[in-house]
Design a protein around this ligand. Structure first.
Ligand code: ZN
Length: 258
């Protein structure tokens, strides 16, 4: 909207930083998926999460104690998220990556939109809906098959074909630890980044806030591209407050990728 149209001077400065950086890393949060029709559950009026407490229904204890109840909620989430498509902000990052200007994408999002846009091996620190795993025998089942099993089971719980255990989304639920391998890669990338593009994240949720601090502490520049305020605004070298799609497309344009 007009209130925060991309600020040309700031975009040019950010483009210069991208060109001059040895390593540029993107760190994305829920805000990059909002233009694709996926509400940020921490924003008011965001539908699905208005009627339920995510800390309760999307908690590992809820999955363990009552998988049918868990899947009544999560099955709907799978169906909704699976149909969403990436937007211009995801595509701008892919264009930067394709020309070697962007080293990697780290995301908090579980919606697979970076993958769908063509990002190379995005680091999903909260996992993704791409598959489910059997907690008993550790067998992995891809999303399409999970969908079929969801429809086929009378209690709505997709199960492992081998041991009949209820499948768990390979998403980090509340009460679960983050995947160590993904987190280690994310830390290494952020420590080594000359420029970290924090996109659509309120930088309030760990580990993302900590990752931006790693870049800053190591002498890198942190650019924050999101509408709302963040606790790290003070240390941002560049601060863009417009729509994420507008801002990233403007950046791609300034980099000659438009
Ligand atoms: Zn199993």
């Amino acid at each position: 909207m007009a209130a925060h149209a991309p600020a040309r001077a700031e975009i040019s400065r950010l483009a210069e930083l991208v060109r001059g950086a040895g390593s540029v890393v993107a760190l994305t949060g829920a805000g990059i998926s909002v233009p694709s029709g996926i509400p940020d559950f921490r924003s008011p009026g965001s539908g699905l999460w208005e009627t339920v407490d995510p800390m309760r229904v999307a908690h590992i204890d809820a999955f363990r104690s009552d998988p049918a109840r868990f899947w009544r909620f999560y099955g709907e989430r799978f169906a909704t998220l699976g149909a969403k498509q990436p937007n211009g902000a995801h595509r701008a990052l892919v264009a930067m990556e394709a020309t070697g200007m962007l080293e990697a994408v780290i995301t908090q999002n579980i919606d697979m939109l970076h993958r769908k846009a063509g990002a190379h091996d995005p680091i999903e620190v909260h996992g993704s809906i791409a598959s489910c795993r059997c907690p008993c025998c550790a067998g992995s089942v891809p999303l399409e098959q999970v969908r079929l099993r969801l429809q086929g089971e009378p209690d709505g719980v997709p199960r492992c074909k081998k041991c009949l255990g209820p499948l768990k989304p390979e998403v980090v639920l509340f009460g679960e630890l983050l995947p160590e391998g993904a987190l280690r890669r994310a830390r290494e990338l952020c420590e080594g980044a000359d420029l970290l593009l924090c996109i659509g994240s309120s930088l309030e949720v760990h580990p993302v806030a900590g990752l931006a601090l790693l870049t800053h502490a190591a002498g890198g520049t942190v650019a924050i591209i999101t509408r709302g305020p963040t606790p790290l605004d003070e240390l941002a070298g560049v601060r863009l407050r417009g729509d994420v799609v507008d801002e990233l497309q403007a950046l791609a344009g300034a980099l000659g990728l438009g």
